[in-house]
Write a protein that binds this ligand. Sequence first.
Ligand SMILES: [Zn+2]
Length: 175
Amino acid sequence: MRTEPDWRNWRLGLARNLFVPHKFDYARGKRPKVSCIFCEVVAGKDTVERLEVHRTDRFLISLNLYPYNPGHLILFPVNHCTHPRELKDSDVQELHHLQLKAMQVLDSLYQPRGFNVGYNLGQASGASIEHLHIHIVPRYERELGFMDIIGGAKIMVEDPVRSRDRIRNGFNSSR
Ligand SMILES: [Zn+2]
């Protein structure tokens, strides 16, 4: 006799593993009404979700507010600026080290198969936040698509709060 798949447990499994969008209204286009969302993050305001994973005197690393992939980080100067030309040479050096550090932490926690790292500058680039920031996007061999959800295949999406805690620990433990 052919056994039916256990749909109830399958759905429960999904509920446990899938990032739940209602926790993050901004993911549906409801952005907090603030003048600069990254300056609010730096100030630790309650108007924005707190997804910070690491901070130095000059830079802050946060889970992306609009995650493209699990572990998608953004790295930005704590002082508001809009173009890399505004950074001093010493800032650029620290920025470089922080990028390498972030990739090292992600490598150890998520074992991605690659990264996309870079700026989106200017309106035509798709940039939606003016405050200068670098995206660090881990890329996986199998990334979540419609068929992965429908087919119940490997689910890789993770609640950003859980990602934040894991990555924060990763930074702390690799000092
Ligand atoms: Zn700002």
